[in-house]
Design a protein around this ligand. Structure first.
Ligand SMILES: *Cc1c(COP(=O)(O)O)cnc(C)c1O
Length: 356
């Protein structure tokens, strides 16, 4: 094996990007002297305070290494083993976490709803909240929303409030998988509070990793009672960092002057630019409105193969030819233009097997 080699920017995932300069500098400045372990340090205190300030509320803040742990431990704080979690069929907790919410809660099940644009509606939540036959089925106790969604769409503050209201009247608590929460805030131009606690969200898993952090997600309990025993759950799950200052410090870097929202806005802008470029080709059919940092587009099989052959990385996401193109905090406009140009060439090329 030779030395590791970095790829040029790709559209496979926003987690393929590196660490943003603000986070990197904060990490470096935390790297001096000794500090107490397990979160009893100044950086963890300051980062927790900075998150409370950004959200304008006195929430309970915890840091973990990744989104699967954040989601499943937050949901386990709501659900007993006999409970159910209502979520969209495309939810990360349903398709990408290997059953972690059920595992961490000791048995909670997922009750999924499949609706357009990867978004739930209050009516669907109310329908799903009905326990079909008493003790034989799990009791819906949590509503889990993803913001921005797995299809790059965004819930408005009014939509979140209506969903939270529907959940609360059915005695369910509201969890938000915010792996791309910053992209939603930047897209809506609202305050972080407007799509979280002010709209009735009880616990938010706030993504850092996909927004330029080395690898950390914050869990914000707006209902502090739900955080009871959370510290032990996190430890039990192997998610309590002993060198916590290095998880916390990058948050300080990105929160300090609003870099977290600037980076998210850039990623969103690149997705819009990419979507606009793709829409010049009638063979490219957008699968969802582009409201965050992802473009979901159906492309001809031959064009997908040609782009892969040119060295582009991206994944099929909806069926075999609905591909997901994710933009990151550092996606250059030049990559967007080059991708579109390569697609144009691929579409202009005669299909294999035809003459000429
Ligand atoms: C990336 C992502 C996560 C986090 O996943 P991990 O790989 O466990 O960090 C959670 N939810 C959504 C919607 C995601 O896209």
């Amino acid at each position: 094996m030779g030395a590791p080699v970095a790829m040029s920017p790709q559209f496979a995932s926003d987690n393929n990007a590196g660490i943003c300069p603000e986070a990197w500098r904060a990490l470096e400045s935390a790297n001096r002297g000794h500090a107490s372990g397990y979160g009893a340090d100044d950086w963890t205190r300051a980062a927790s305070d900075a998150l409370r300030a950004a959200f304008g509320t006195d929430c309970d803040v915890h840091f973990v290494f990744n989104g699967t742990a954040a989601n499943s431990l937050a949901l386990a704080s709501i659900c007993r083993s006999t409970d159910a979690i209502v979520c969209h069929a495309m939810a990360h907790i349903n398709v990408d976490e290997c059953g972690a919410p059920g595992f961490m809660s000791g048995g909670a099940t997922l009750s999924t709803v499949d609706l357009p644009e990867a978004k739930l509606t209050p009516e669907a939540v109310i329908d799903a909240a009905v326990t079909p036959h008493d003790e034989h089925s799990s009791r819906p106790r949590a509503l889990s929303l993803t913001q921005a969604t797995e299809l790059g769409t965004v819930y408005t503050p009014t939509q979140i409030a209506a969903l939270a209201d529907a959940a609360h009247t059915r005695r369910m608590r509201v969890h938000v998988d915010g792996a791309r929460f910053a992209n939603a805030v930047a897209s809506l131009g609202c305050a972080p509070a407007d799509i979280s606690w002010r709209a009735g969200v009880d616990v938010l898993c706030l993504g850092g990793t996909k927004n330029g952090l080395p690898g950390c997600e914050a869990i914000l309990f707006f209902d502090r009672e739900l955080a009871d025993e959370f510290a032990r759950r996190r430890k039990q799950a192997g998610q309590l960092a002993s060198k916590m200052r290095f998880l916390a410090a990058p948050w300080l870097g990105v929160l300090e002057d609003g870099a977290w929202l600037r980076h998210a806005a850039h990623a969103n802008a690149m997705a819009r630019r990419l979507a606009a470029a793709l829409q010049r080709f009638p063979q490219a059919r957008l699968l969802a409105p582009v409201q965050a940092n992802g473009v979901f587009v159906d492309l001809p099989r031959a064009a997908i193969d040609a782009l892969h052959a040119k060295g582009w990385h991206f994944y099929p996401f909806v069926g075999e030819t609905g591909v997901r193109l994710m933009c990151a905090w550092d996606t250059p406009a030049e990559s967007v233009e080059r991708f579109a140009a390569d697609l144009g060439q691929a579409l202009a090329a005669p299909a294999r097997g035809t003459a000429g």
